[in-house]
Design a protein around this ligand. Sequence first.
Ligand SMILES: C[S@@+](CC[C@H](N)C(=O)[O-])C[C@H]1O[C@@H](n2cnc3c(N)ncnc32)[C@H](O)[C@@H]1O
Length: 239
Amino acid sequence: MAQNRTQLLFWSAYSRVYDGLLKLQPYAELIAESVDHLEVAEGAVVVDLGCGTGNCLNRIVATSGDLPAELIGVDSSPQMLKTAKRKLRQDSRARFVNTSLLDWMQERSPASVDSAISVNVLYTMQPEDRERFWGGLARVIRPGGSAVVVTTDQAGIGPLAKQHLNQVPLWRAFPPRLVAVLLMNMVIWMFESNSVYDPASLETLTSEAESAGFSVVKSKRCYGGEVEGVDVMLVLKRG
Ligand SMILES: C[S@@+](CC[C@H](N)C(=O)[O-])C[C@H]1O[C@@H](n2cnc3c(N)ncnc32)[C@H](O)[C@@H]1O
């Protein structure tokens, strides 16, 4: 089932404040850690599925320098992409595609991607779309290629707030833009509690990834700590 109009409108509204998240210490660490786990070899074609405002791609450029040959950001929200394009406007290797990532993977040439990353996108999908996601990922990533998939498997802000407040003094912990982001997250939790979004467990995701032909190189809890974090990360290798 494709995203409906309400969901697209939600991402459009969220794009206005989304980068307030960069002020949330656990988010900054999540992006850094996800990108650290992504294999990027010289000449690689790298795709960010559900790139949002381009924070992962930006980090890939910062950490991998000249290595990637092509950086592709795919997102269904034109407003999110507008910010991503602005961030990467200096980089001639970056290009952006405004479409459903499921359609993009279906239409892309097989085995034409070396590395893929997708952070906090998969939880928005129902099981039938997750099946398309894994099938599409296995289709576009070349044998031996890699992927990092990160997604939330539980609602709540407790572990994030705790980690954030451990690292940032209270008086500057919650600037207005970050408060706006946290309010937008309430809409996400509402979608989750109404089953519009369907976060899967680490066990389910692992089994889906393996059935699609990936081996799980590493899996861990993150985004609020390795014990209480609200996200799970899978580092994958295409067999
Ligand atoms: C929570 S944001 C994550 C953005 C980015 N990956 C990050 O970590 O900052 C989710 C993004 O996924 C995009 N998205 C959700 N479902 C999508 C789909 N089926 N196809 C393309 N983009 C999608 C939304 O538009 C939004 O930009």
